[in-house]
Design a protein around this ligand. Structure first.
Ligand code: FAD
Ligand code: DHB
Length: 393
């Protein structure tokens, strides 16, 4: 079976779905191919923090109604160390900017709903996806659905298939310069049916390792613990997780973390990764397909949104008027923001985690940096500006 579309999109995560939606609004057709089920992608628990610019974009693109109703607007975060909290206030340090706590899977639900309501094609549970012809003017995506083979002939392919996808591998070796760091720890994350015991996120620095307090709604708390990179979930029964969270989040004034039934548990490895370039011929990579940040600082989903904001404009110009300037500048435009987020995520990770081989030197640097960040308006402003994110150009 052979079909045709203007933009073939691999991956129905935030990047692929939002790209399809933005292109539709610009009058460009696309088909999204996803190897998982709709049920699976709508329930996959991942990131939860949206910067100001992605929130504004989702709202202005007509997919922000539920986000506006249910998203939790946060005007600051807490850095917790030495037994007490230190608040970083975003609006006063950034000219009024804030963040919104709204689960990534809710963004995905909203986007799938919008695409399907507009008659868009999002094909779930496809298999054996492959791409070729990216150096020609008619690149192709092949896949199977049921037992049938299909081919889509496209003008452009968007690789939005995440870090373990197939699209990045299609860049020729000489075009693929990779920069990478791994970290000697991972995050164990849980979702618990428990009312959040604090109004804002808490990033806790503790001698037993980093902990993060977050939330999803007035009934659901999201929590993370630094663990060893090769940690097995089986070694972390719920009681051990709660005990460790209480220890690492403890304060001198008797603050208590609310407990509740654990609804979901998972371990996330920590990595920094950038593929330069993000485009070759008629293939454009966006989101995790091109870059990964460690989660400290919550930049992953925000970068995916920022990439497709740039890509939708570039493809609209290319496919409507044949102008190539934005498409040719795509990598360069995105990589500027990507490297800022890479630096911020690496910096937050380095400041807040316990490093296994540290002889005390790094701990002293961390404590000095934390003290400086919460006592110097200049240092606090730098953290706040990066956390709420740069405006979109
Ligand atoms: P994805 O959301 O990964 O979407 C890619 C899609 O492509 C997926 O639906 C996948 O199933 C599909 N796909 C893959 N291969 C194929 C194929 N061959 N054919 C068809 N479809 C394919 N970021 C934060 O900021 N904070 C966090 O707490 C956080 N936690 C995370 C936890 C985990 C376990 C992971 C993996 C990531 C986490 N991230 C977090 C990062 C954030 O979720 C990502 O940056 C974000 O999902 C990027 O969106 P994306 O659309 O680029 O990629
Ligand atoms: C969440 C995840 C993050 O990586 C982060 O820095 C803050 C919050 C979250 O899942 O809520």
């Amino acid at each position: 079976m052979r079909t045709r579309t203007q933009v073939g999109i691999v991956g129905a995560g935030p990047a692929g779905l939002l790209l399809s939606h933005l292109l539709h609004r610009a009058g460009i057709e696309s088909i999204v191919l996803e190897n998982r089920s709709r049920e699976y992608v709508e329930h996959r628990v991942r990131a939860g923090v949206l910067e100001q610019a992605p929130v504004d974009l989702l709202k202005s693109a007509g997919v922000g109604a539920r986000l506006a109703r249910e998203g939790l607007v946060h005007r600051g975060i807490e850095l917790r160390f030495g037994g007490r909290g230190h608040r970083i206030d975003f609006p006063s340090l950034t000219g009024g900017r804030c963040i919104t706590v709204y689960g990534q899977q809710e963004v995905v639900v909203d986007l799938i709903g919008a695409r399907l309501a507009a008659g868009g094609q999002v094909l779930f549970e496809v298999a054996d996806v492959s791409i070729d012809g990216i150096e020609t003017s008619a690149p192709r995506i092949r896949y199977t659905s049921g037992s049938e083979g299909h081919e889509i002939v496209c003008d452009v392919i968007a690789g939005c298939d995440g870090f373990h996808g197939i699209c990045r591998q299609a860049l020729p070796d000489h075009q693929r310069h990779v920069f990478e760091r791994t970290y000697p720890f991972a995050w164990l994350g849980i979702l618990a049916r428990a009312a959040p015991s604090h109004e804002e996120l808490i990033y806790a620095y503790h001698e037993r390792g980093f902990a993060l307090f977050s939330m999803r709604s007035p009934e659901i708390t999201r929590l993370y613990l630094q663990v060893a990179p090769d940690e097995e979930l089986a070694s972390w029964p719920d009681e051990r997780i709660w005990e460790e969270l209480h220890t690492r989040l403890e304060t001198d004034d008797g603050w208590r973390l609310n407990e509740g039934p654990v609804l979901e548990k998972g371990i996330t490895p920590m990595r920094s990764y950038v593929c330069e370039k993000m485009q070759h011929g008629r293939l454009f990579l966006a989101g995790d397909a091109a870059h990964i940040v460690p989660p400290t600082g919550a930049k992953g989903m925000n970068l995916a949104v920022a990439d497709v904001h740039v890509l939708a404009q570039a493809l609209t110009e290319l496919l409507k008027s044949g102008r190539r300037d934005l498409a040719d500048a795509y990598s360069q435009t995105c990589l500027k923001r990507v490297w800022r987020a890479e630096h911020f995520s690496w910096w937050m990770t380095s400041m807040l985690h316990r490093f296994p081989d540290d002889d005390g030197f790094q701990q002293r640097l961390q404590r000095s940096q934390l003290d400086y960040t919460v006592s110097s308006p200049a240092a606090a402003t730098s953290l706040a500006e990066n956390y709420v994110g740069l405006p979109f150009e």
